[in-house]
Design a protein around this ligand. Structure first.
Ligand code: G1P
Length: 290
């Protein structure tokens, strides 16, 4: 059977963002900007660059701005047109989506990442789908999700983006038990969510980019609690192994953990230094602080 094309993405955005209080008291953490673009927009643009056409945001209370951000801002656009602000109008292009291509589902109760993804089961149906966690911001020549989509077409199954972390940090991530390390691709024989450091099967960890087969939803529907008492996506993915191909992909690029203050500040600098309009000013002032 020919491989189904990858057209759908699920973006879990229901988190409370407690690590960024008070900024996130009345604002969704995914609206935090890196330079001048909110995290959610980086994720949507990355997905689009991989051929994704349909989006499902898993939201919660206080997340309306995320949907507003991808709507047409009629008054704003009219005003910019009247003032002939072409550059500003062009900036809004990245925020418009095809009518009907963005849906939201409310998670209602914060039971874990696995539960958030399970909330998208009607949207996913029988299709392969991407997951992007907007807190993980990637700086890559070829967008990370496009690299994963390539790997999906190559392997015909589940793929997750991975990176090596120092041993003492493996307990913060989903960790791979490696069957065969082929370099860029790693075939997987097991997955463990946030293992104790001494029990971790490797130091290859999952970052917030996945391409999964719809069968993962059947495993998620057991709603079994795992690490931290939460319903874990990693546990459901582990159950696919053996029944379907499952690979880690050492993506090319750099990840910034924007769910963490230091990671977010580093992202500001890294992304600003890539901008011709900002790089000279940033380069000039940075030495004053280090
Ligand atoms: C989630 C996943 C974990 C993954 C991580 C990547 O954890 O559960 O497997 O390694 O994202 O950022 P969280 O950061 O939500 O605790």
């Amino acid at each position: 059977m020919p491989l189904k094309p990858l057209r759908k993405a699920v973006l879990p955005v229901a988190g409370l963002g407690t690590r960024f209080l008070p900024a996130t008291k009345a604002m969704a953490k995914e609206m935090l900007p890196v330079v001048d673009k909110p995290l959610i927009q980086y994720a949507v643009e990355e997905a689009r660059a991989a051929g994704i056409e349909q989006f499902c945001f898993i939201t919660g209370r206080g997340k309306v701005a995320l949907v507003e951000h991808f709507d047409i801002a009629f008054e704003l656009e009219r005003t910019l047109e009247a003032r002939n602000k072409q550059a500003e109008l062009a900036l809004l292009k990245g925020t418009s989506v095809e009518p009907g291509s963005l849906v939201t589902v409310r998670q209602q109760v914060p039971l874990g990442l696995g539960h958030a993804i399970w909330c998208a089961r009607s949207f996913v149906g029988d299709d392969p789908f991407a997951i992007l966690l907007p807190d993980d911001l990637l700086l890559c020549e070829r967008p990370c999700m496009a690299q994963l989509a390539d790997a999906y077409r190559e392997t015909g199954g589940n793929v997750v983006a991975i990176e090596e972390v120092p041993r003492e940090r493996v307990n913060r991530y989903g960790v791979l038990d490696v069957a065969e390390d082929m370099g860029r691709l790693v075939s997987v024989k097991g997955l463990v969510e946030k293992p104790p450091i001494e029990a971790a099967p490797s130091n290859l960890t999952i970052i917030g980019r996945y391409v999964l087969m719809p069968e993962v939803m059947g495993h998620l529907s057991r709603l079994e609690k795992g690490a931290g008492g939460e319903i874990q996506l990693t546990d459901a993915m582990a159950r696919l192994i053996g029944a379907q191909p499952f690979h880690g992909v050492r993506y090319e690029g750099r990840r910034f953990d924007c769910g963490d203050k230091a990671g977010w500040i580093e992202a500001q600098i890294a992304f600003a230094l890539r901008r011709p309009d900002l790089a000279p000013a940033v380069r000039a002032f940075l030495p004053r602080y280090v």
